[in-house]
Ligand binder design. Structure first.
Ligand code: ADP
Length: 390
């Protein structure tokens, strides 16, 4: 089972391994609020109920019992392992691990690095451990794939003690997605992972890029937190840090509130004033909304800045891969980014680019760098790593 526990939600997929067949999926929402929602797919149909689910342990209990009630499994013994998406592994965890007491203690210690996400992840892990004490729980970390990034790239040019004493450095996120794409691309090309030199653009509501050399992450755009990098649905991406103090002063608001605006009310929604969803921006822009069009261009410009820089840092990327909600689906966004990369010899093929959500080469045969769409699948990656640790 692949699990992604958030502060008030818990998403799950049950997969038959090693053939990676999806058996069922679902989500528990509004945990701890009244009228919680439990949804599970039974024979492909959504089965939804509204009831009160006070905490994560109750959510896990309900979920496990529903698997039996809907005849998806006959007993809990059929669940061989549970893989948890964990947002942060600090600087000690560079691969997926079995979550024994020592590892859980370590995660408890670094909770301040990602309090909004790591706390709920741990709550989910502890709930599963309690209810399935004999089943191995595995942690799959968003940061792990980026532990190969060299000091020159992960270090901020601030007092060195901020790093040694307070763990301030670039960690990077979306690592599970990047690992999946790297493996998938290697397989598609029939080559070894260590021969893969690519730039991956994971553009969803949360968005980042990754430079992959010899199959390893050598740089990524998100940083100490997911706020760094390119503008996203609601996050600003890079800004001059001096803006934070300045806006706190002119608005007479605490820094915390300014940070909340940078995380939740910036990016697409901040610039456009319309929506954080790319589909809404595209349709507003088509109707002549200047700010909506601008929000798209501001992001595209910055994505291209990263691609050009990563191409150089890798020493020549063989391919650029688009993935996640926008990368997989938004052809105008891909075409726009492609045309901004003409100087590097990138050429998008209009017909090949007319695609959504499937693996596809979208560049012309003349393009100096190949461009692909490859749908990501973090749950499959979680299940693979879990299986390999059982
Ligand atoms: P996250 O996992 O970070 O929440 P997703 O990867 O699901 O985000 O991506 C969500 C984004 O994908 C939204 O901005 C949504 O508009 C965009 N998206 C989904 N389908 C399409 C589509 N057909 N065209 C354009 N954008 C799309």
């Amino acid at each position: 089972m692949a699990v992604n526990a958030g502060s008030s939600s818990l998403k799950f997929q049950l997969l038959e391994m090693p053939n990676e067949k999806l058996i069922t999926s679902g989500i528990v929402e509004r945990i701890g609020m009244n009228k919680s929602i439990f949804m599970i797919k039974v024979d492909g149909e959504k089965n939804e109920e509204t009831l009160d689910i006070p905490n994560h342990a109750d959510a896990v209990n309900l979920l496990l019992n529903k698997l039996i009630e809907h005849n998806i499994i006959a007993s809990f013994d059929e669940i061989a392992g549970v893989g948890h998406r964990v947002v942060h592994g600090g600087d000690q965890i560079s691969e997926s691990v079995v979550l024994d007491e020592e590892k859980i203690k370590y995660l408890d210690e670094i909770i301040d690095l990602a309090p909004l996400h790591l706390g709920p992840n741990l709550t989910g892990i502890k709930a599963f451990k309690k209810l399935l004490p004999n089943v191995k729980q595995v942690g799959v970390f968003d940061t792990a794939f980026h532990q190969t990034i060299a000091e020159e790239s992960f270090l901020y040019a601030v007092p060195y003690e901020w790093y040694t004493k307070y763990k301030v450095r670039k960690y990077g996120f979306h690592g599970t997605s990047y690992k999946f794409i790297t493996q998938r691309y290697a397989k598609m090309m029939g080559k070894d992972v260590k021969d893969v030199n690519i730039i991956v653009a994971h553009i969803g509501n949360g968005a980042s890029l990754c430079a992959i050399k010899n199959g390893k992450s050598i740089d990524t755009s998100m940083g100490f937190t997911p706020l760094e990098g390119i503008p996203m649905g609601t996050r600003s991406g890079n800004i001059d840090p001096a803006v934070v103090e300045y806006m706190a002063k002119v608005k007479d608001k605490p820094v915390k509130e300014i940070m909340n605006i940078l995380n939740k009310h910036s990016g697409y929604i901040g610039v456009s004033g319309v929506s954080s969803d790319s589909r809404d921006l595209v349709s507003a822009a088509a109707k002549g909304n200047h700010q909506a069009a601008l929000a798209i261009e501001v992001q595209a410009k910055r994505i291209v800045d990263y691609i050009a820089s990563y191409h150089n840092y890798i020493g020549g990327a063989e391919a650029i891969i688009f993935t996640a909600g926008i990368g997989e689906n938004a052809k105008p966004t891909r075409a726009n980014i492609g045309s901004r990369l003409a100087t590097l010899g990138v050429e998008i093929d209009e017909e090949r680019n007319d695609t959504r959500g499937v693996e596809q080469l979208i560049s012309t045969d003349n393009s100096k760098i190949a461009v692909y769409v490859i749908p990501t699948n973090e749950e499959v990656m979680i299940a693979r790593d879990t299986l390999s640790l059982l």
